[in-house]
Design a protein around this ligand. Structure first.
Ligand code: SF4
Length: 285
């Protein structure tokens, strides 16, 4: 069957990820004799991590007691405590936190300083959220992470007795996660301040993919299963049309039947998916 294959314009690396990968490579090129480490995987993509390793840029899973050289803070950001530990160990930290993530950290700090009960909408175990929380927690003990209304309902008494509630959002969250939380807080708060900090790159990517999905028999989302923004993208699209989330062209082979019977196929990809991986999927199709 002839196929109509479309690729989303907003597929693949966002500017925050691109900036982190390019700067890490530049740091190594400019400092060939120094160690260049990244704390945690720079991006959720095995191929890119291998490429960085081949250039001599190593991933640290933990901060050792003693070390030397450069230690990169990835686009997700870190807590002030972790940055301090990096320095204490003897590394020179280079902060590549995405400016959009920095903005959320700053907003959370402002809200905390102004006496708001800080609600962070997102996944509590996500590194970006851990960093945002830790920044706000320097100024208040009234800070909670929630990805659903239920979590907040357990704190209803505490939230109600606090006069002001301030909300920030993990940059890659779905708007449909934020909306019911805001609706619930509106019903219990005396004063509510909402900062919609979902980043522009995520919003654009999600909006374009939704539009494509409406006119597609099959949506293919390419990217790591560990990537929050890629997983959210697939979740959104599943509600609109048949959607598969694959990490690479190899995985596409598991969906041969589905591909065969679909005429209109559209492809999108997460913020940490390299162009080559997307191209291989298209070629395979
Ligand atoms: S998804 Fe948004 S916040 Fe995250 S790195 Fe990319 S541009 Fe920055």
């Amino acid at each position: 069957m002839p196929k109509d294959i479309k690729l989303a314009k907003n597929a693949g690396f966002c500017y925050g990820v691109k900036r982190a990968v390019e700067t890490a490579k530049k740091l190594k090129a400019e400092n060939p004799d120094r160690n260049v480490f990244v704390l945690g995987e720079l991006i959720h993509n095995t191929q890119v991590i291998r490429e960085l390793e081949a250039l001599g840029i190593k991933t640290l899973t933990d901060i050792p007691e003693k070390g030397e050289g450069i230690c990169v803070i990835r686009s997700h950001g870190e807590s002030p405590e972790v940055i301090e530990k990096i320095k204490q160990a003897g590394f020179e930290p280079v902060d590549l936190t995405c400016p959009d993530v920095k903005k959320v950290q700053q907003k959370a700090v402002e809200l905390a300083k102004e006496g708001y009960y800080v609600v962070i909408v997102g996944k509590s175990e996500h590194p970006e959220v851990i960093g945002i929380r830790a920044n706000a927690a320097l100024y208040t003990d009234k800070v909670v992470v929630a990805s659903s209304v239920d979590k907040l309902k357990n704190l209803e008494h505490d939230l109600k007795s606090h006069k002001k509630i301030g909300v920030v959002v993990q940059t890659t969250q779905r708007i449909t996660t934020l909306t019911p939380i805001v609706e619930y807080l509106t019903s219990i708060a005396k004063e509510l301040h909402v900062e919609n900090t979902i980043c522009a790159s995520t919003s654009k990517r999600q909006a374009e993919a939704k539009e494509l999905a409406q006119n597609s028999d099959l949506m293919i989302v390419v990217g790591s299963k560990k990537s929050a923004n890629t997983t959210h993208l697939a979740e959104i699209l599943k509600g609109i049309t048949t959607t598969i989330h694959i990490e690479n062209d190899e995985e596409l082979k598991n969906y041969d039947d589905l591909v065969q019977k679909s005429k209109k196929i559209s492809i999108t990809a997460g913020a940490s998916t390299p162009q080559e991986v997307i191209e291989k999927v298209i070629k395979s199709l």
